[in-house]
Design a protein around this ligand. Structure first.
Ligand code: ZN
Length: 185
């Protein structure tokens, strides 16, 4: 996992952040899509993630409460706007990344972290019933290690899920022995 997050040799770091942001967004959207029918205004009247209640900050900087599905909608539209904005994420080689790129990409990862947190906090039972929890755990750990490597999340935010991170890092993968495989086949 650490090898997966490391910047490949010779690649521009902003390019790496942008392409990973896009990939993580797709993975988080897929995962959220699998439980979105259970994430409604009545099941999630407030946007909970980890032990905290997340408020939405609008363009004027005003914070207000919002439901889980509203937050997911707002976050998706802003992330799409960021990732398709040619001034923020240039796709032409001649164009450089601007100073506005890093804050925008940090915002993107903060939204993704909150959405993953919401799935753990409010929809984990459904995810287990769908047998998607190994995917969610892998996605979470990959996302967290990526954010840690490139300082994309505030340390206070990362502390919210410290117990989960510790548990996942220390949980060993199931033993794979050729002998048992042979016996099963
Ligand atoms: Zn929800």
């Amino acid at each position: 996992m650490l090898m997966l997050v490391a910047l490949p040799k010779g690649l521009n770091v902003d390019e790496w952040l942008a392409s990973n942001a896009s990939a993580f967004y797709n993975h988080v959207s897929l995962m959220y899509g699998s439980i979105s029918e259970f994430c409604t205004i009545s099941s999630c009247p407030t946007m909970k993630a980890w032990s905290t209640q997340i408020q939405w900050t609008n363009e004027k900087g005003r914070k207000r409460k919002c439901s889980g599905p509203q937050y997911a909608d707002y976050a998706a539209s802003i992330i799409q706007k960021i990732l398709t904005d040619e001034d923020l994420v240039p796709t032409k080689q001649s164009k450089e990344f601007s100073k506005a790129f890093r804050p925008a990409i940090q915002k993107t990862f903060r939204f993704l972290f909150h959405l993953v947190g919401h799935m753990y906090t409010c929809h984990f039972r459904t995810i287990v019933n769908l047998e998607l929890h190994p995917h969610l755990n892998t996605l979470y750990l990959h996302l967290l290690l990526f954010c840690a490597e490139f300082n994309l999340l505030d340390s206070k935010e990362m502390a919210l899920s410290e117990d989960l991170t510790t548990a996942l890092i220390h949980s060993s993968p199931p033993p794979r022995t050729s002998g048992s495989h042979a016996r099963n086949t």
